[in-house]
Design a protein around this ligand. Sequence first.
Ligand code: FE2
Length: 223
Amino acid sequence: MATIAVQDELLQNRDFDVATKATIESIIANLIGALPKPEKLTSAERRGIIARYSAVLEGNFIYWMTATLLAVHSDGAKPIILDNLHEEVRDAHPHMMRKFAIAAHAVPTDRDALAVHEELTNMRLFLGRLSGVQSLAAMAFFEGFIQRFMPFLAQLAAAEGSTEMEYTDVHGVCDIAHTEGLFQALAIENSVSPLNDGKDVLEGVYLLRAVIERIVSGRPEAA
Ligand SMILES: [Fe+2]
């Protein structure tokens, strides 16, 4: 009986992993599919997207990944997150982001920061609850989205006259492995410290989706 119970649990976990990954991938595909055509945007709209993206990413990515590290309980998930953080710090990704924004004449202003303030705050408060499985799901979604978003971001910057593409080149490649790693970490964490019944594994994904939608659309009253 004990063996059957363990096998049942493994199968249930496997279903959870596969279903969560598939749902996250479809949310990413929908977001990418809904992006505007860069050539149909005005210069101010292109600058705004880069500036809001930069306002979110430059100062928050490492903080959010660190919050996720603090939230996980499984020893197997931690080295995967630490590898990710190591690369971010060693290769100075916030500097890469800043260079990208400067070259596209899209350094965030107070107005850009305020446009994403509400959604960003919701995400910060969510990560502060230190829920390992939910935080990992959100960060796997984020890495997966960023990787697919890079060609669009590079097109915006090029249309603004920039040739500084280190940020988009690096993240269009390295985030493929990062995304896979985080899905693996999510599966490990879920097997060791699963989410309590009644909690939605995608709660952080939805909050982050709202951040991304705000980055792309801006806030009408802040325009
Ligand atoms: Fe990065």
